[in-house]
Design a protein around this ligand. Structure first.
Ligand SMILES: NC(=O)c1ccc[n+]([C@@H]2O[C@H](COP(=O)([O-])OP(=O)(O)OC[C@H]3O[C@@H](n4cnc5c(N)ncnc54)[C@H](O)[C@@H]3O)[C@@H](O)[C@H]2O)c1
Length: 338
């Protein structure tokens, strides 16, 4: 049994306790700086008292786990990931956003590599039906290839949720993002995780070297829902992520090669099931990490974070287009994300 410890016993950390048990791993410790969180782990998740710690270094050196899950809020992701690698963990699953600066992302990757630890960031997109099914449909001759993705959402926060969609777009296109433009809302909505955290709402446009486009429209003045529309050469897919429905439509085969201007050619419609379970998909990330194949890596987490930093730069510089791969990105700048 792989010994596993969890740092951070908030909402997500408690889900990870359940996930660790479902996967049959051996839970050797749960740590949180707030005693109220540890009380909840004991009462709601029945974690025995001798497995509860208030200090991560003490827990890691006493229990020497093979696997560590970092589920605190973002300002401590780097510190705990590096500590876990330095104290001998071989598998580290860190929550998103990966860190609060690009320098921290680099350090996490460097320290994990130096100590032979594998690092995954909990962007579960590649294991979620709501993205796996569109990827399969878009690759089929029926849809004829992805051209654009548009996400219209309530104010779900760019560092809280937007960043997941950057990784989703990378998963769908297998390409890096080469251009980012953003228009953040002026209004700041209080952050549910505390007043020291600040997230942004607004609009973002991304594109890839081959010309695939991605849009988020999630203004501070929008208060409901997440709908994603995937545009393709011959059709469209519409996913309502809250209602958990996917339907798609496409031109009938006989009309496929007519000009794109003929957007109303005879078509068919269909739907597919896309059930989702957050504990299960995080479990898929951890399983992939433990099997050392096809997991969202530190590099993937850093790419998503670079895209988010580029969106800040664009907003602050007259909405100009920013290449997130540029060596001029502000690596030392620290962001107030949760
Ligand atoms: N992957 C996903 O789908 C997903 C979903 C929700 C949240 N998250 C991420 O998971 C992380 C945790 O989110 P949450 O909703 O559980 O937040 P939360 O506020 O409910 O819990 C965070 C916990 O970490 C503890 N903590 C914070 N700093 C600490 C430190 N330095 N040392 C020890 N304990 C510390 C807090 O006391 C708290 O109990 C965030 O980074 C969030 O963005 C990811």
């Amino acid at each position: 049994m792989i010994t596993t410890a969890i740092i951070g016993a908030g909402r997500m950390g408690r889900r990870h306790i359940e996930m660790v048990r479902q996967l049959g791993l051996e839970l050797v410790g749960v740590c949180d700086s707030q005693s109220a969180a540890l009380v909840l782990a004991a009462t709601d998740q029945a974690v025995p008292e001798h497995l509860l710690f208030s200090d991560a270094a003490t827990m890691l050196s006493r229990t020497t786990p093979a696997c560590v899950i970092v589920a605190t809020t973002a300002p401590s992701h780097c510190e705990y990931t590096c500590l876990a690698a330095e104290l001998g963990a071989k598998f580290i699953l860190c929550e998103k956003p990966m860190a609060v600066s690009l320098n921290e992302c680099d350090r996490m990757i460097r320290v994990c590599t130096r100590h032979g630890a594998r690092l995954a960031i909990n962007h579960q997109m590649r294991f979620m039906q709501q993205y796996i099914v569109p990827k399969r449909l878009l690759a089929s001759p029926v849809l004829g290839g992805l051209t654009s993705v548009t996400v219209v959402a309530g104010n779900f926060g760019m560092s809280m949720n937007g960043i997941h969609y950057f990784e989703m777009f990378r998963f769908l296109t297998d390409e890096p993002v080469s251009a980012v433009s953003a228009w953040f809302s002026d209004e700041h909505v209080p952050n549910p995780r505390g007043s020291h955290f600040v997230d942004r709402a607004g609009s973002i446009r991304l594109s890839t070297p081959s010309g695939k486009r991605f849009y988020i429209e999630s203004g501070a003045d929008q208060g409901h829902g997440i709908v994603v529309v995937y545009g393709a050469r011959y059709g469209q897919i519409v996913v309502d992520e809250l209602a958990v429905t996917l339907r798609y439509s496409a031109r009938l085969e006989a009309h496929r090669e007519q000009a794109t201007t003929r957007y109303g050619m005879p078509w068919f419609e269909n739907s597919e099931p896309i059930a989702v379970n957050i504990i299960e998909v995080s479990g898929s990330v951890l399983t992939a990490l433990l099997q050392e194949k096809n997991y969202p890596s530190g590099e993937d987490g850093r790419s998503a974070l670079r895209t988010l930093v580029a969106a800040y730069l664009s907003t602050e510089n007259g909405n100009r287009t920013v290449d997130p791969r540029s060596p001029d990105m502000p690596a030392a700048r620290v962001f107030p994300w949760a």
